[in-house]
Design a protein. Structure first.
Length: 79
């Protein structure tokens, strides 16, 4: 009798784990943000050309820069 109860509990746990793994997340914070930039998206500094993650870039005048100093200097004009 004890084995039967143990097997029933084990089957119930396995079914519960499978249903939980296959279910979609109910919490919206667990989903990736809709729209916007991708987490690993790289941008290029308008002054020196360095590529860096968008999250770490300084933005000024619609352009991306690698530092506050380069943002203050503005885009480089190679003419």
């Amino acid at each position: 009798m004890g084995r039967l109860i143990l097997i029933a509990v084990a089957v119930a746990v396995v079914v519960w784990l499978l249903r939980r793994a296959l279910a979609e997340p109910k919490d919206r914070s667990a989903r990736p943000p809709e729209g916007g930039s991708k987490p690993g998206e790289l941008v290029r500094c308008a002054y020196c050309g360095l590529h860096l993650p968008r999250a770490e870039a300084q933005t000024a005048g619609g352009r991306h820069f690698c530092s506050e100093d380069h943002a203050a200097r503005g885009p480089r004009s190679d003419a």
